[in-house]
Write a protein that binds this ligand. Sequence first.
Ligand code: MN3
Length: 198
Amino acid sequence: MAFELPPLPYAKDALEPHISARTLEFHHGKHHAAYVTNLNNLTKDTPLASKSLEEVILAAAADLPAKQGIFNNAAQVWNHTFFWNCMTKGGGGKPSGKLLARIESDLGGFDKFKEDFKNAAVTQFGSGWAWLVEANGKLEITKTGNADLPLAHGKKALLTVDVWEHAYYLDYQNRRPDFVQAFLDHLVNWDFVAKTLA
Ligand code: MN3
C-alpha cells in the first residue's frame, strides 16, 4: 500500500484570514503532495514500502547519509500531517487543565512558553520547524532544520509550526514573526495537543 496524502482536517478557507486558502492550496496540495509522491518513488519495490511512516523515518534516520532522501520526504510527510492537526478554526488562546499545568511547571508559565516558542520559530535559520515536545517526562521547546523531527531524537512531538518560507510567504512575505504570532494567537488546536500528550 503506497503512502497517501491525508486530506486537510478542515476546509481550505477555514484558517482565513491567518492562513489563506491559497496558501493551503499550495502547501497541502503541492508541497505536502510532492513529499508523498517522492516518498512513494523512493521506496517503491523496497521493503520500506510496506512499513508504517514512523518505521520508515526511523529506519532512514539510522542509515544516514545513504537514506537522506527517504528520510527527508518521509519526515516531511509526517511533519505536515501533524502540523495540519495542530491548527483549527478559532484556535489559539490558552490551553487548560493538565496541559496548562504541565506548561506552567515545566516551561515557566504560559506567557514564557509563548515567548520561547516564538523565539525558537523566528530564530530557526533557514527552513525548519519549531516544536513543543515531551522528552524524559518533561515538556521542552525545540527547533529542527529542514525535515528533521523530534521522533528521530527520541522525543514526542506535541505541537509544531512550519517555518519554511512556503508556509507563510504568500500571506506574510518575509514577516515570519507575524505568522508565528498569528499561529499562537488564532490557530493552535490545544485540544489536539492535550490529546497527543495524554
Ligand atoms: Mn511546509
